[in-house]
Design a protein around this ligand. Structure first.
Ligand SMILES: [Zn+2]
Length: 297
């Protein structure tokens, strides 16, 4: 979960740049005639951002490109703004590309597990077509986060996943993902969502929705598996000389690096390892010394 700077592009300007790509004059006129409708929809979005209740914005059902969404604009025409003119246009495409690179290649939704592959519509364009090219609604995203979402949209405030551009800094600077190191053979790490006690209930719900929606428990533990095997291997070899407290300090150092997201799998795994006294003192060559009684083969 990485916070990104809000795009500097003006939403109306992006709309007009996409419209400028429309070659059919009659089609272009429909867009231009509805400019005020777009202005109003941008104002509505601002209000929803101030209240973090984007789920209350008017939405339409799946399919039916002919349905009128705003003014005389159909859903199909609004969705086309994205596919045909922002992605498929020439000058407007520059805007698409500039948004795509704004995350340094790392997906902000999963804390950088995946590489940025596409722009994700925070509010799906099939349900919120009027925001198909609103820059605040276009977030760089990896393939897994994008496809895992399956066009889902929130129906309550608590169901809304985190918005990398628009959400409060605390979601990105305070720990709300934790992990437990399991005394199993092999040793595993289990991740869970545990927001600070003092957070309002709706924020706790939103962190949990984000964690579940992007399947972070499963995806984090897969990533951690390979890294943990490496740490264990190091502890058996070059780090063997370290006293338990020195080994804990080594792990803590990795838990504090700013190179990774605070709530990403990497830092969270090291955070959990350095807190696990049994792990720091264990002889990792001898599972019998750390496996619970009765589980030793
Ligand atoms: Zn991702």
């Amino acid at each position: 979960m990485k916070q990104l700077s809000r795009p500097e592009h003006d939403p109306l300007e992006v709309f007009l740049r996409c419209v400028a790509e429309v070659t059919n004059e009659a089609e272009r006129k429909v867009y231009v005639d509805n400019t005020n409708e777009i202005v109003q929809s941008v104002i509505d979005f601002e209000g929803a951002t101030a209240a973090t209740n984007w789920h209350t914005l008017p939405r339409v059902g799946r399919g039916h490109p002919e349905v009128i969404v705003r003014g005389t604009l159909t859903k199909g025409a609004l969705v086309d703004l994205y596919g045909k003119y922002l992605v498929g246009g020439s000058e407007a495409r520059e805007l698409y590309d500039s948004l795509l690179v704004s995350s340094d290649g790392k997906c902000p939704f999963c804390g950088g597990i995946g590489q940025v592959h596409t722009l994700d519509h925070y509010l799906p364009k099939s349900n919120f077509p009027v925001y198909s090219v609103h820059p605040d609604n276009l977030v760089p995203c990896c393939r897994d986060c994008n496809s895992g979402k399956m066009n889902a949209f929130a129906t309550t405030q608590g169901e809304q996943s985190l918005h990398p551009y628009l959400d409060a800094p605390k979601f990105f600077s305070e720990r709300w993902v934790v992990a437990t190191v399991c005394r199993t053979d092999p040793i595993t790490v289990e991740f869970s969502c545990s927001p600070p006690e003092g957070w309002p209930d709706v924020d706790k719900l939103r962190a949990k929705s984000h964690f579940d929606q992007y399947q972070l428990a499963r995806r984090y533990s897969i990533q951690a598996g390979a890294e943990l095997a490496r740490v264990i291997d190091l502890r058996k070899k070059s780090l063997k000389v370290l006293e338990p407290m020195q080994f804990a300090a080594y792990l803590a150092e990795n838990a504090q690096t700013d190179a990774y997201d605070l709530n990403g799998w990497n830092r969270t795994m090291y955070w959990a390892l350095q807190r696990s006294l049994w792990f720091c003192v264990a002889d990792l060559n001898e599972p019998a010394t750390y496996l619970p009684l009765g589980e030793v083969a």
